[in-house]
Design a protein around this ligand. Structure first.
Ligand code: FDA
Length: 399
């Protein structure tokens, strides 16, 4: 086995956080190696945002993140901000636009963001090793010692700083592993329970039978779980409910908890029904409700409430019940679609063990954790990439 290669810094995981950290650490001097078992770097960036990468959010603030310690993300987010990343994107002349709610997407392709980060690494002479398996990681004195395997050949590498940027568990078929959590535990750091987040919720057979005719119907909904509320699109699917508002609330939902859904928060449905009862008494309730909410939803709700008659013959109490079905729908998901489709992983390496300015482990000098592997999880909307850039930069700046 070839041995004795020495790098100032070795980073495990060539995703968003790892590439940002590698480029920034190398720009400050020192030899940097970035390792990934995948064939290409930044694969999640490539597939993100429907191929256009929602690379940050104009409104990024600590309140957009979930963590056991909600203060932990503040320092990194403040020192490398959304404005800093936007400036980098503009330096590379990558055209972008705001889609909605401060979410910035490339006009062209997410590959431009991957290429930008690769160029930043090339300019700073980062050594990128892809298709490389990490078979051992140990700490010897002041250095870390790794055994790597590439095309059947083993190689030993030593480094003063080791950065873990191996991400979470979501989308295992793209190379996600729990490797970062195992390493954290090996070095004595606490790992908080992980769960799939930003993920569609699933429902029991009763629900699916009942709402199957609505598959494909979308509404602008207000969805609440406990004290948390999101107002974004919701989509009925063959497997249950999805769409941005459902993905958002999935990060807050826990088994056995109901979620409350207002399928038309912008309109008082009862008032509209009453007004139409006066002006068009002969029209069927379903026809009128179908003018207010999507037709298929209107039909299904009227069937469920046995309101298959003209609105003029329908009492206000029944109309109020119908309006409540739109505004006050309470459902109990049975689960989530899990890591197979989740955008992120909640939980992970406990922030109590890390320095929030540098991401360095408090008990193991030279060991850093950045990006999604850390117990910091953003909302949907570009926040997770911003955390990857900010935490990657913070570690790169400290090395
Ligand atoms: P990331 O997962 O990017 O990188 C980890 C790297 O480590 C991978 O390259 C992996 O191959 C490597 N690795 C893992 N185990 C290893 C091992 N044992 N040995 C070697 N290498 C190993 N966020 C956002 O802000 N805007 C968006 O538009 C989207 N869109 C989106 C779409 C989809 C489909 C998904 C799944 C996720 C998103 N996200 C997102 C979330 C975002 O992709 C995610 O939060 C970041 O990529 C996290 O960056 P990291 O660098 O921490 O991990």
């Amino acid at each position: 086995m070839a041995d004795g290669f020495f790098f100032d810094t070795v980073i495990l995981g060539a995703g968003a956080a790892g590439m940002m950290c590698a480029a920034h650490a190398a720009s400050r001097g020192g030899r940097v190696m970035l390792i990934d078992h995948a064939k290409a770097a930044g694969e999640k960036i490539r597939i993100s945002g429907g191929g256009r990468c929602n690379f940050t959010n104009l409104n990024t603030a600590p309140r957009n993140f979930l963590s056991n310690n909600p203060h932990f993300c503040k320092s990194a987010l403040k020192r490398y901000t959304q404005a800093d990343f936007i400036a980098l994107v503009e330096r590379y002349k990558i055209a972008y636009h705001e889609k909605t709610l401060g979410q910035l997407f490339c006009d062209g392709s997410s590959k431009q963001i991957v290429e930008m980060l690769l160029e930043e690494m090339r300019r700073n002479a980062v050594e990128l090793r892809l298709s490389t398996r990490i078979s051992a990681v140990d700490h010897e004195g002041d250095a870390f010692r790794l055994v790597l395997e590439h095309e059947g050949r083993e190689m030993g590498v030593r480094c003063a700083n080791l950065v873990i940027a191996t991400g979470g568990k979501s989308i295992p078929k793209m190379g996600a592993t729990g490797f970062g959590y195992q390493l954290a535990e090996k070095f004595g750091l606490a790992v908080l329970e992980t769960r799939a987040a930003l993920v569609p919720l699933t429902f029991g057979t009763d629900f699916l039978e009942r709402y199957r005719p609505l598959a494909g119907v979308a509404v602008d909904a207000r969805i609440s779980c406990g004290k948390t509320t999101f107002e974004e699109a919701m989509l009925f699917t063959h497997r249950g409910l999805s769409g941005p508002s459902i993905l958002q609330i999935s990060s807050y939902w826990r088994e056995t908890t109901p979620i409350r859904i207002d399928m038309l928060p912008s309109t008082d449905v009862f008032r509209q029904l009453k007004a139409r009862k006066q002006s068009e008494p002969k029209k069927a309730v379903a026809t009128i409700l179908g003018d207010i909410v999507p037709k298929r939803l209107g039909n299904l709700l009227c069937d469920e409430h046995a309101l298959n008659r003209p609105i003029g013959e329908t009492g206000d109490k029944a109309l109020q019940k119908l309006a409540d079905a739109v505004h006050r729908w309470e459902v109990k998901p049975v689960g989530t679609e899990g890591y197979r489709t989740a955008e992120v992983t909640l939980g992970g390496v406990g922030t109590n063990g890390l320095d929030s300015r540098t991401m360095e482990a408090k008990t193991v000098p030279g060991l850093y954790f950045i990006g999604e592997v850390v117990d910091v999880t953003g909302w949907l909307g570009g926040y997770n990439f911003q955390w990857a850039w900010s935490s990657g930069w913070a570690a790169g700046n400290a090395i």
